[in-house]
Write a protein that binds this ligand. Structure first.
Ligand code: AGP
Length: 609
């Protein structure tokens, strides 16, 4: 959570810092601040609220600067307030931080005992104090930073600016993401790549323990603890994503743009492997024997990625006949999991930086599992730490509510299942080819569902005052019911529950009364008839039925609203059934006046446990 951005070079401006910060705002948005050097004097502006509030404070955004740092915050320690906003400055040293300094209470006590006074409640403020204290002891700036960091426990990415060294910016990565962008004499650091994409395609992806000095002579990367100079050459990566992918491109919100990008994103993801789906297995770096011998798959993920995993379980078990366990990452590592030798561990994460997922992945690695991650962000921590990576090709996802990352995860899981099923001899060549053809038709089917957008916008108005929503589905569409409920609650703040339809009579049916909207995700499949009975049970209690189905005629007299999706292979139906639910949540939230890209209390990358 939190976004940090820094610049040093010859063509900077306050506006450049603000623009960088705006592209990171999805990571946190309860307060913001910037610091830059005005000749050698530190100028500091910060405020509670959004970056637009910060902009109002600044004397001139056109103002030229050569060096500056910026921060957008998701509060962990201390309420959202101007005092707690970053940068935190002490004696001309300004610091921006993403992560948590776990031992800050002890450090704060120690600093208080030697006469330091604090102006915030944050964990971060101990950092500039420690550096300032070290400088007073006669250490150089670099030594002072190293000594300060050696006292910190926890995860952090730090950007540091000092009046003492006006030609140098410092950046440290230890557990929280940080990249360096290089454009000739201009250098940037940022929490993610899209923040810097308008300026350069050349990136250095930092690793934990990296300590960087950025100045007009270039970038020097040292290992924090061994003080060894790291050769940056082999770390240099060219990221060729058009900067427009991280812009709204005429859409009112990133979320809507990303919903509409799904057919293309799924096609890109499938396109990697569809000529030869078996080639996805090359990414695993497992021998054919090891692949055939897999006895169990363990999937771990959070939020929407967890629901993609639940769908993946159905697909892998059906097509590859391997038993699949799935856990929510924050629960997995604390239950002393059993990992046998022939278990394949799969983490699913859009960002590759979710703290709970990373911790679970590390737990599995420490128990000698082969770790595969299905991830969207190239060079992310999950991708670097895993034994193998299958990348989704969704492009940058900026809206806090996950949409295209979900359907591209489904695409990766489907190709994986088909390929493993074929390799293990579960699928015949005919079945394999037929599934491949069905998969290739998915993007076109998704396009058709998107045509419902205008109509879904209209009918959404009928539900904006609902207090509760129920989402029900069976089989492979039960996770879609859960995802529909998550989308609605996180952006509209309407209470919503997702349940397996067959479980309704064991409790949730008590919520159904006159006027309660109940969404049934019910494409025609082996369980369709059973779901029809559940629909009758809801109608009998006055519920307002919304049905997502490929058999509108059958539902016409049973549902108040019928959202028709194309008929596709039943194992692939989640690709199309999820889209009306994303659109419904989006339009209800917009009509209720919410900022759908930045819902309250949330952040895109959850980098704290
Ligand atoms: C859902 O809309 C949220 N964005 C959230 O549940 C998200 O899926 C979760 O935090 C996991 O993120 P990840 O895929 O980046 O690991």
């Amino acid at each position: 959570m939190c976004g940090i951005f820094g610049y040093i070079g010859r063509n900077g401006s306050v506006n450049l810092l603000l623009e960088g910060l705006k592209r990171l705002e999805y990571r946190g948005y309860d307060s913001a601040g910037i610091a830059f050097l005005n000749s050698t004097r530190l100028s500091l502006y910060k405020t509670r609220g959004k970056i637009s509030d910060l902009e109002d404070l600044l004397p001139s955004t056109e103002r030229q600067i050569n060096i500056g740092i910026a921060h957008t915050r998701w509060a962990t320690h201390g309420v959202p307030s101007t005092e707690n906003a970053h940068p935190h400055a002490v004696d001309g040293i300004a610091v921006v931080h993403n992560g948590i300094i776990e031992n800050f209470r002890q450090l704060r006590q120690k600093l208080l005992s030697v006469g330091c006074s604090f102006s915030s409640e944050t964990d971060t403020e101990v950092v500039p104090h420690l550096i300032a204290l070290n400088l007073k002891k006669g250490l150089s700036m670099e030594e002072a930073i190293r000594a300060a960091i050696s006292e910190l426990q926890g995860s952090f990415a730090l950007g540091i600016l000092s009046e003492r060294t006006p030609d140098t910016l410092y950046a440290v990565r230890n557990g929280s993401p940080l990249v360096i962008g290089v454009d000739g004499d201009n250098y940037f650091f940022a929490s993610d790549i899209p923040a810097v994409l308008p300026y350069t395609k050349h990136f250095l992806i930092l690793e934990d323990g990296d300590f960087c000095k950025l100045n007009c002579r270039g970038v020097e990367i040292y290992n924090l603890y061994e003080k060894r100079l790291v050769e940056p050459g082999h770390r240099m990566t060219v990221i060729d994503i058009p900067a427009s992918q991280a812009e709204k491109c005429g859409y009112e919100h990133f979320m809507l743009k990303e919903i509409f990008e799904q057919p293309g994103a799924v096609m890109n993801t499938l396109g990697e492997w569809m000529d030869d789906p078996l080639s996805i297995l090359d990414e695993l770096h497992l021998s054919i024997r090891d692949m055939i011998d897999i006895e169990r798959v363990q999937i771990v993920a959070c939020g929407t990625s967890y629901y993609a995993g639940l769908v993946g379980r159905y697909i892998i078990e059906t097509l590859a006949r391997i038993p699949v366990d799935i856990d929510i990452a924050s629960e997995y590592r604390y239950r002393n999991p059993i990992i046998k030798k022939k278990t394949l561990f799969i983490s699913i994460t859009q960002s590759g930086e979710t703290a709970d997922t990373l911790a679970a992945q590390r737990e599995a690695k420490s128990r000698n599992a082969h770790v595969l991650t299905i991830c969207n962000v190239v060079g992310s921590t999950a991708a670097r730490e895993a034994d193998s990576v299958i990348y989704t090709r969704a492009g940058p996802e900026i809206g806090v509510a996950s949409t295209k990352s979900f359907t591209t995860q489904l695409a990766a899981l489907s190709v994986f299942a088909i390929a493993v099923g074929m390799k293990r001899g579960i699928l015949s060549r005919e079945e394999f080819d037929s599934l491949k053809r069905h998969l290739m038709k998915v993007p076109e089917a998704m396009e058709k569902v998107l045509r419902l957008d205008g109509w879904i916008k209209e009918i959404s108005g009928n539900f904006i005052n609902a207090r509760d929503f129920l989402f029900l589905g069976r089989g492979i569409n039960y996770p879609i019911a859960m995802e529909g409920a998550l989308k609605l609650k996180e952006i509209s703040y309407i209470h919503a529950e997702g349940y397996p339809a067959g479980e309704m009579k064991h409790g949730p049916i008590a919520l159904v009364e006159d006027g309660v909207p109940v969404v049934f995700v019910c494409p025609v499949d082996a369980l369709f008839v059973k779901t029809l009975s559940n629909i009758e049970e809801v109608r009998a209690r006055g519920g307002r039925v919304i049905a997502v189905t490929d058999d509108p005629e059958c539902l016409r007299d049973k549902a108040e609203i019928v959202m028709t999706v194309p008929s596709i292979h039943s194992l692939l139906s989640p690709f199309v059934t999820v889209i009306p639910l994303q659109l419904l949540a989006y339009h209800i939230a917009v009509l209720r006046g919410h900022n759908v890209d930045q819902p309250r209390n949330l952040a895109k990358s959850v980098t704290v446990e």
